[in-house]
Design a protein around this ligand. Structure first.
Ligand code: XMP
Length: 514
């Protein structure tokens, strides 16, 4: 990363939209990093930030145990924008009054701007809709601040101290429900902080490739490639930096989607310069899973066997040098909630067995959000099918075959799933769906084909829409598409005579069936 890169600090006070704030800043080609409110003022001074955003948070500023910050931060000469709790905190730090309101303001609220020439409200009309979510409110703005907007229940919806470049808004500009939220953040970045907007993925690639070349020198790098977006983009970046010094280990446990293993192999052997090692262990996996029907036991066996095979191969490849992983920014962010020293544990950060020794671990994507990783992937020439791949669980089709897993069942499910995905893509609705796949329940049903009675597998199809995968709604796929899917699966996939569509939302259902 180049030294001149301008940066915005998102100071995390425990709010739920903190990553969203950083992403929205980056949408403007300005680099933003999130730090917990426990970061020291010296670290902030050293980092040379162009601006600081105080995030929201669930606490009350007048509670002495709530997250606060050294008042000196407002005197560093760095522009500040406070959002929600951050807005109240600025008021509290500057001797304004924050109180508990009798009624909370929650949802879409009409806001009126009273200072139309405020830099932060450039291109924002006098009346617009904002997203509010607060119970405390600023009952009296600090003396050195001017109130610049209000709503019916909130006398201070925005305030500013122009001289010190400190701005604060009670609402959330980062969520799409705030009509002119994008403009407000943009105004802070370009009108107040005077950013140039130099965070571009082309520049990221150039700088990262140069840094990787320098760090790796003539040593070797080993990367575990899953075929998912993150490890694929990490592989492509490393390939560009060091070519054949890179070895990618791809474990195909036979539970991927139809032809997916071959597609991954072809992509990385034909389009990129590297050593590609594929370990095919589908047969062993199925034999280890023989007779196992309990979902948790299946998951455990698949996970354990995968890492056994994977680390054994890595052990063979490790000759000093570096181990690389496709860890991305959300896997690394320290949280501003509670114990701020803890880094979130995540499946992308794998624990290496102690006997495997590398000089260091390289994580070339650890500064990027998923949408940025995808952009880098596209720029590096990774095929769209891989870059825009929908989420796929680590245990693969293992969690989509209910009951015992057999080779025959894997084939039935792969074929049915391929038909479903093909029809969704052809019908042009794939972009509207967050995830869509087939499931093979442990059920056979009676049917009739021609003059014959059949007794065959049932296939369930599942498609959901979601923003965060924590909650999800079943997708309202048009009946004519569902009808084509059902008819093609029954005609083209052997041993299937019935198709059902899963209309369960999450909660109470989960997205996967196991
Ligand atoms: P559930 O089924 O819990 O899934 O609603 C939420 C999202 O997580 C994916 N998923 C997994 N991803 N390893 C993963 O990497 C897993 O074991 C796993 N289980 C579920 C699922 O596909 C959905 O996107």
């Amino acid at each position: 990363m180049s030294l001149e890169l301008e940066k915005i600090l998102v100071l995390d006070f425990g709010g739920q939209y903190n990553q969203l704030i950083a992403r929205r800043v980056r949408d403007n080609n300005v680099y933003a990093e999130i730090k917990p409110y426990t970061v020291s003022i010296d670290e902030i001074k050293e980092a040379d930030y162009k601006g600081i955003i105080f995030t929201g948070g669930p606490n009350s500023v007048y509670d002495m145990n709530s997250p606060h910050y050294d008042k000196e931060i407002l005197n560093l000469g760095i522009p500040v924008l406070g959002i929600c709790y951050g807005c109240q905190l600025i008021s509290w730090m500057c001797d304004g009054k924050v109180e508990n309101a009798t009624t909370s303001e929650y949802g879409k609220i009409e806001m009126t701007v009273t200072k139309n020439d405020s830099l932060i409200f450039k291109n924002v009309p006098t009346d617009s809709v904002v997203w509010m979510s607060h119970t405390d409110y600023i009952s009296q703005a600090p003396k050195c601040f001017e109130i610049t907007a209000h709503s019916a229940d909130c006398p201070c919806a925005a305030m500013e101290n122009v001289e010190k470049n400190i701005y604060a808004v009670q609402f959330h500009p980062e969520v799409t429900h705030t009509q002119f939220g994008k403009d407000i953040l943009k105004n802070f970045l370009f009108e107040v902080c005077k950013c140039a907007g130099n965070w571009q993925m082309e520049g990221f690639i150039e700088n990262t490739v140069a840094a990787l070349k320098k760090k790796i020198g003539d040593k070797k790098v080993v990367l575990g490639l899953s075929g998912g977006v993150d490890s694929s983009v990490a592989a492509a970046l490393l390939s560009k930096a060091v070519g054949k010094q890179l070895t990618c280990v791809f474990v195909d446990q036979g539970l991927m989607r139809k032809d997916e293993g071959d597609f991954v192999e072809q992509t990385f052997t034909k389009l990129f310069d590297m050593n590609f090692v594929r370990v095919n262990c589908g047969e062993e996996f199925v034999s280890k899973l023989k007779g196992i029907t309990d979902p948790e036991k299946k998951r455990k066996i698949i996970g354990r066997e995968f890492y056994n095979v994977f680390w054994n191969k890595i052990r063979e490849e490790a000759e000093g040098g570096f181990f690389a992983q496709g860890t991305i920014y959300p896997d690394c962010i320290e949280s501003g909630k509670g114990d701020a020293d803890k880094i979130k544990t995540h499946h992308n950060k794998v624990k290496m067995p102690d006997d495997i020794k590398f000089d260091d671990v390289i994580e070339p994507l650890c500064d990027l959000f998923k949408d940025e990783v995808r952009k880098v992937g596209e720029l590096l020439g990774i095929p769209k099918e891989l870059v825009w791949r929908q989420p796929f669980p680590g245990p693969g089709l293992g969690v989509r075959i209910i009951g015992e897993i057999t080779q025959d069942k894997i084939k039935v499910l792969q074929d049915a799933d391929a038909v479903f995905r093909d029809e969704i893509e052809k019908s042009g609705i794939s972009q509207e769906l967050s995830q869509y796949f087939a499931v093979l329940p442990d059920v056979k049903t009676v049917g009739v084909m021609g003059d014959h009675r059949t007794y065959d597998h049932l296939i369930a199809i599942r498609a959901v829409t979601t923003d965060d995968f924590m909650t999800a709604d079943f997708a309202k796929i048009p009946y004519d598409v569902l009808s084509r899917v059902a008819s093609r699966i029954i005609n083209e996939v052997e041993n299937v005579n019935r198709v059902v569509y899963d209309i369960t939302s999450k909660p109470p259902g989960t997205i996967e069936w196991e």
